[in-house]
Design a protein around this ligand. Structure first.
Ligand code: SAM
Length: 182
């Protein structure tokens, strides 16, 4: 079992990435998820709204000599404008909230995240995955989690399989939702 939710998600996704996959990191932050994806797939679109995240991700990619990533400063609710039409996307990762050690006022929101997810499920290939790590400890976090869950509950069960996984013996802790397109 993984003690860390990010490692848990990476391990799960590893079974579903292959060298021909195209992936999206919708909130690239410090670049850890982007580097993970890039090491296992063909191409990654790494998106974040803030300068610091773009700088940190670009730096981490350089340190790891990774070149198969397009880093884009934008809001994740513009996914369909950012990713070229007809791109076959296998995995879309969301790690919500704010940048650790960064500006806590730049934070994902219920409206923006649901708008982004609505576009993400359209871009996803059959058998593709969306992973969402949700944080409820900061102001607005619980509202965002509620909105994301309401969106997931509304998905047709014949078209999407949705899992929620959480640590039960921890108090305020991030948890993960996985959506697979049938
Ligand atoms: N995946 C990152 C990593 O591996 O380091 C961690 C992401 S961090 C928890 C959340 C990120 O979401 C922050 O970098 C923040 O700037 C970004 N963010 C907030 N609102 C956003 C938006 N509307 N569109 C894209 N990114 C956003």
């Amino acid at each position: 079992m993984e003690q860390n939710i990010n490692s848990y998600v990476h391990k799960l996704l590893l079974n579903h990435i292959n060298p021909t996959s195209c992936c999206i990191d919708a909130t690239c932050g410090n670049g850890f998820d982007t580097v993970f994806l890039a090491k296992h797939c063909h191409h990654v679109y790494a998106i974040d709204i803030q300068d610091k995240a773009i700088e940190e991700t670009t730096k981490l990619l350089r340190i790891n000599s990774i070149q198969n990533v397009t880093v884009i400063q934008a809001s994740h609710n513009q996914l369909q404008q950012i990713v070229p039409i007809h791109t076959k996307v296998q995995i879309i990762m969301y790690n919500l909230g704010y940048l650790p050690h960064g500006d806590h006022s730049i934070v994902t929101t219920p409206k923006g995240t649901v708008e982004s997810l609505t576009q993400a499920i359209e871009l996803l290939e059959p058998k593709g995955f969306i992973s969402i790590i949700l944080y409820v400890g900061h102001e607005g976090g619980q509202q965002e989690a509620n909105a994301v869950e309401a969106f997931c509950v509304s998905l047709d069960k014949k078209a999407y399989t949705v899992f929620k996984t959480e640590y039960l013996n921890r108090l305020v802790t991030p948890y993960v939702i996985l959506i697979q397109k049938e």
